[in-house]
Design a binder for this molecule. Structure first.
Ligand SMILES: C[S@@+](CC[C@H](N)C(=O)[O-])C[C@H]1O[C@@H](n2cnc3c(N)ncnc32)[C@H](O)[C@@H]1O
Length: 298
């Protein structure tokens, strides 16, 4: 039985205009194309804005003896930003499961390469002073998270820091006065469940970090406001968040719409309705949480 009692699970035929990178075993739900790249740049700026322009909360001392690793770098905006603000002798590695969004040019101290979060090279044990990973919630399955955090622990040198950033998932349940939002959230969560994704990963990251062996676990959360009612920042984040949902169109339609939409037109109309609700009814917001933790010295 589908989430809302619907009966169809046949793929919904639609013209796939976005580029999705198919890599073996991946459940990644977002595309890797120029539109997504632009969205990720916008999102980087939104997140910087709510954290007072800070991109690094872990209290790590970076120097030429300690390398930095970023996992799931996408277009690399975070690591490019970091590289801009620290000594250029600090070696940096930025990895992603696919290279489509890698920047065309980058400082020579950053090495962009294709690697998976769940299987980092064996020669990287005890190598990095800092590992950063942001927004893999649409990529890692529930069982991948402990594997990934153990890998990060392994590649950090003793005393090194990890910093993770994730959005809190749209909460399930009623959205009074916002019928489109209520339907959209139910559909988005059904897609996450069908793919085995950890939609509410922010609730489990602290515990999983401790289980992976990290200490001094801390976090800071900020609300990002969504919609015209919240001014320029709200409009930017509305464009960002609608971009995430648009990016999930093909995975949702290919899965048959989970009983919430029966055609591409219905999907598009639902998103238009959500956008209108965000703009016209004050209050939509999405929490972003940054976690940081240390690998013990011994
Ligand atoms: C939502 S984007 C975030 C990009 C970047 N971290 C940022 O915050 O702008 C997620 C990225 O994770 C990558 N990804 C998905 N599965 C991965 C895996 N198993 N290992 C490494 N990267 C992965 C995707 O290709 C995509 O570039």
């Amino acid at each position: 039985m589908l989430a809302n009692g619907g009966s169809t699970s046949l793929p919904i035929v639609h013209a796939v205009s976005r580029e999705y990178e198919a890599f073996p075993g991946s459940r990644y739900a977002l595309p890797a194309d120029d539109e997504e790249l632009q969205r990720l740049i916008l999102q980087h700026n939104v997140l910087k804005g709510v954290f007072e322009n800070k991109i690094l909360l872990a209290p790590v001392q970076l120097d030429a003896n300690g390398a930095v690793l970023e996992i799931g770098t996408g277009p690399g905006r975070w690591i490019l930003d970091l590289a801009d603000s620290v000594d250029s002798s600090i070696p940096m590695v930025a990895v992603d499961i696919q290279s489509r969004m890698f920047p065309a040019s980058a400082p020579t101290n950053i090495d962009f390469r294709v690697e998976s979060a769940t299987h980092l090279p064996s020669e990287w044990t005890n190598k990095f002073s800092l590992v950063h990973q942001r927004l893999l919630m649409a990529a890692l399955q529930i069982a991948d998270w402990p594997v990934c955090l153990r890998e990060i622990h392994r590649v950090l040198r003793p005393g090194g820091w990890v910093q993770l950033g994730e959005f809190t998932g749209w909460p399930a349940g009623k959205y009074p006065g916002k019928p489109c939002m209520e339907k959209l959230v139910a559909m988005y969560r059904a897609m996450g469940d069908a793919r085995g994704l950890y939609t509410d990963c922010t609730q489990g990251i602290g515990k999983m970090l401790a289980e992976a062996g990290f200490v001094e676990i801390q976090s800071e959360a900020r609300m990002t406001l969504v919609g015209k009612w919240a001014g320029e920042a709200g409009v930017a984040n509305r464009i960002n968040q609608i971009g995430v949902l648009r990016g999930m169109k093909t995975p949702i339609l290919k899965a048959g719409g989970f009983g919430y939409v029966g055609s591409e037109e219905e999907f598009d109309r639902l998103l238009e309705g959500v956008e209108k609700e965000w703009d016209e009814i004050p209050g939509a917001q999405k929490e972003f949480v940054i976690f940081w933790a240390r690998k013990p010295q011994v």
